[in-house]
Ligand binder design. Structure first.
Ligand code: GLC
Length: 743
């Protein structure tokens, strides 16, 4: 017994002794701190935009007033500014060069919402690593990504930048990006610091209107909006970005409960927090600070370490310290967090851009990975036997404003993407069609908002010569992203009318969407024989489109976000609460409402008179060119201890004629709990690739601790009781069984 006790004590002691590496970092940080003046320290908390008069930037650097510079992407300029910081600034501390690198740097990947549809953690991590290789090659060492705001409102333009509506999926994929960017070590020259943003609940903006106020109560923060951020802290994310919004009356950038109590005291985050653009000064329009001096005090004391572009810290911290309004300890702690990141990145020893013998930018390997991710991100929503196109197709009409939209195909936040490198659908089809297949490319709409129907007559004439019609529709990249919310989610311009014109010819119609959000597409789906949703698929989207349409690749994407039937349904999402009047799903036929009926509550359910309460397309939905069958769901044991995991098995068979990949999804729900709980929540998923006719038994685990939630008394933990496990290939349907969770 004594032996075990000694072993325990030894492990216990070591657990609290900082590793040599940690000690080395702290020694370096303290060494830097000891040589810094107050002005030097304040300068380390200031981030500026490099898209300005560089003469002024050099002067600020020489005065030690610049810690980080955003948006310079020329290696020679980066190195020249760095040399001034190292050789001419008072402290000689290098600058941290940063950029919004959200889904690729030069090789643009599908938008994150599209990547989420792949449910492919490994591929996303690999693609993110490639992005780090490209960005660090020109000297960027800090990327403002991954964005992991849970979004349940497609009116919100920034739904494009995150991983959709589910906390579990967003957690896994945000961690994949963090690991891709940061690699095994931040000091690796190929690594760059990631940034978990926007903390927090920015996606809950009222009305889906960007920057709008949010009201997310504590329980929902913990259950829905916190999980991806907490997962990234556990994965070692180097930095956080506070969000613009106020939640329940407190702007995130000045919220000490959020930035100190939760992030640091509860979660143990030791990295650095940067504000969003000007969001320190944003406390003034929010109405909680009378001036930038007050805003600086509130935000620094709340735990926001670096001030992005508001100049509040630079211009007011010295005065606040002199008058004793802010303590030196608070300032020093913020400076240490900034210096710790620079030391961990190896900037002190290696401040300049790494030398590479051969550039990786746009390398074949990176382009192929981007193509595969674009394929896996695409979701087949409908297929009435027309796809994949085969050798019987001898003449193809390609049309639509997104058929050759090299710039828009890259999507929002593709700052460094070069449209000259984009492979568009028409280019890929033209370049890959067999010689005996004729391509007719006839475009009647120059861009998605084009209101002209002049070309429809000629388009229909051309369509009548083809065996199949492929229309690429959607939205320009500027229609989603920051400050780009929409109240109307239907196709803009004359796109729907164009599809009607095409459908009127009676030819098979394949509609491919390229968009930054779920659009309202019920009528377009009706008109089409097949529908493929590619989101904004990035540089290689055209090649991916060809590969999918002609069956070189089999669609495997699943929806990471619910598609509404119309805007009036929003918010509509799968992990909704039961309510006391659970909808049947059959409601919503306005014509069935009797005339002059006596006062009645109709179906007495949570539904609408004029539209079904169910979505057009549910979370987790997606088709394949083959079919799969799940059977024989069984658990290792129907009783699980809170310290264990639920282990279960399901047999998956490819019952179709070709190889494909199915996503096995496991959801957990509860019959009762101390609070109202979602009908079901995604708790495990696995991609299963099978040849035609092949079967496999899949083993999945759900740790009991992943069933923890913010309980009625606001404590975090699990509750014993009866749980429902549903396993299927979408958030709707599937096989069910019950299990008990014991304490
Ligand atoms: C923007 C965005 C944020 C971005 C930052 C720097 O306003 O909200 O996501 O990282 O400013 O460009």
């Amino acid at each position: 017994m004594k032996r075990y006790l000694y072993a325990f004590l030894l492990v216990f002691c070591f657990a609290f002794i900082p590793s040599a590496a940690q000690e080395d970092v702290e020694d370096k940080v303290e060494g830097l701190m000891s040589r810094m003046s107050l002005d030097d320290k304040i300068g380390q908390l200031h981030q500026i935009d490099g898209r300005t008069d560089l003469t002024k930037v050099c002067e600020m650097i020489r005065r030690g007033q610049v810690s980080s510079i955003m948006n310079i992407v020329d290696a020679s300029v980066i190195d020249s500014l760095q040399r001034i910081a190292v050789e001419e600034s008072p402290s000689g501390i290098p600058i941290l060069f940063a950029r919004d690198i959200v889904h690729g740097f030069k090789t643009i990947l599908p938008i994150p919402l599209g990547q989420a549809a792949s449910f492919d953690d490994a591929l996303i991590r690999s693609a993110a690593r490639n992005t780090a290789l490209e960005a660090t090659e020109i000297g960027i060492k800090w990327a403002f990504a991954p964005m992991m705001d849970i979004a349940r409102d497609p009116r919100w333009g920034r739904i494009a930048e995150g991983f959709g509506e589910d906390p579990y999926l967003a957690s896994r994929l945000a961690v994949s990006v963090v690991k891709g960017y940061q690699g095994d070590s931040l000091s690796d020259e190929l690594s760059m610091a990631a940034c978990a943003k926007h903390f927090v609940a920015y996606g809950a903006a009222e009305g889906g209107r960007d920057y709008n106020t949010t009201y997310v109560p504590v329980r929902s923060l913990y259950d829905t909006y916190f999980p991806p951020f907490k997962a990234c802290v556990e994965a070692g994310v180097a930095s956080f970005m506070s969000s613009f919004n106020d939640n329940d009356g407190v702007p995130a950038t000045g919220n000490s409960w959020l930035l100190s109590e939760v992030l640091r005291n509860e979660w143990g985050f030791t990295g650095m927090v940067v504000s969003d653009w000007g969001s320190v000064g944003g406390l003034i329009p929010h109405g909680v600070a009378k001036d930038k001096k007050e805003a600086a005090k509130i935000c620094l004391e709340a735990g926001c370490d670096m001030d992005m572009m508001s100049y509040s810290y630079l211009n007011h911290l010295k005065e606040l310290l002199a008058e004793g309004s802010v303590s030196m300890e608070v300032l020093d702690e913020a400076v240490r967090r900034v210096l710790r990141l620079k030391v961990k990145l190896g900037l002190i020893e290696k401040p300049y851009t790494r030398k590479t013998s051969e550039s990786v930018i746009y390398s074949d390997e990176l382009l192929q990975t981007a193509c595969r991710l674009a394929e896996e991100s695409s979701v087949l929503l409908k297929n009435e036997g027309i796809l994949p196109l085969d050798e019987k197709i001898k003449t193809v009409l390609v049309t639509g404003p997104m058929a050759d939209a090299a710039y828009d195909q890259m999507g929002t936040w593709a700052l460094d993407g070069d449209k000259a490198h984009t492979i568009t659908p028409v280019e890929a089809i033209r370049g890959n069609l067999p010689p005996d297949v004729k391509l007719i490319y006839a475009n009647s709409l120059d861009y998605p908002r084009d209101k002209s129907s002049d070309g429809f007559k000629a388009l229909k004439k051309a369509a009548r010569k083809a065996d199949v019609l492929i229309a690429f529709v959607g939205e320009e990249q500027m229609m989603s992203g920051e400050a780009h919310s929409l109240s109307n989610l239907h196709l803009q311009g004359q796109q729907s009318e164009m599809l009607e014109a095409l459908a009127s010819t009676g030819k098979p119609l394949v509609t491919v969407f390229m968009a930054g959000r779920p659009l309202v597409i019920a009528s377009e789906m009706e008109l089409s024989d097949a529908v493929l949703y590619m989101w904004h698929p990035g540089t290689m989207g055209g090649q991916a489109a060809y590969n999918l349409l002609w069956g070189k690749a089999n669609p495997s994407g699943k929806l990471p976000v619910t598609f509404p039937r119309n805007e009036g349904q929003i918010p509509v999402y799968y992990n909704h609460k039961h309510t006391s009047h659970i909808a049947k799903g059959t409601e919503g036929n306005l014509d069935k409402v009797p005339r002059e009926m006596p006062q009645s509550v109709m179906g007495h359910t949570s539904s609408y008179l004029d539209v079904s309460p169910t979505p057009l397309l549910p979370f987790g939905f997606g088709l394949s060119y083959t079919t799969f069958e799940l059977s024989n769901l069984r658990v290792e044991t129907p009783e699980v201890r809170a310290s264990d995991s639920l282990v279960f098995y399901v047999d998956v068979k490819n019952t179709g004629e070709r190889e494909g990949c199915e996503l096995v999804q496991a959801y957990v729900g509860r019959k009762s709990a101390s609070t109202t709980r979602p009908m079901k929540e995604l708790k495990a998923y696995e991609r299963v690739s099978l040849k035609a006719g092949e079967s496999r038994t899949v083993r999945l685990e759900i740790p009991a601790e992943s069933l923890a939630f913010c309980r009625k008394d606001l404590s975090w933990g699990t509750e014993p009781g009866n749980y429902i496990l549903t396993v299927g290939t979408s958030s709707e349907g599937g096989m069910m069984l019950y299990f008990e969770l014991n304490n």
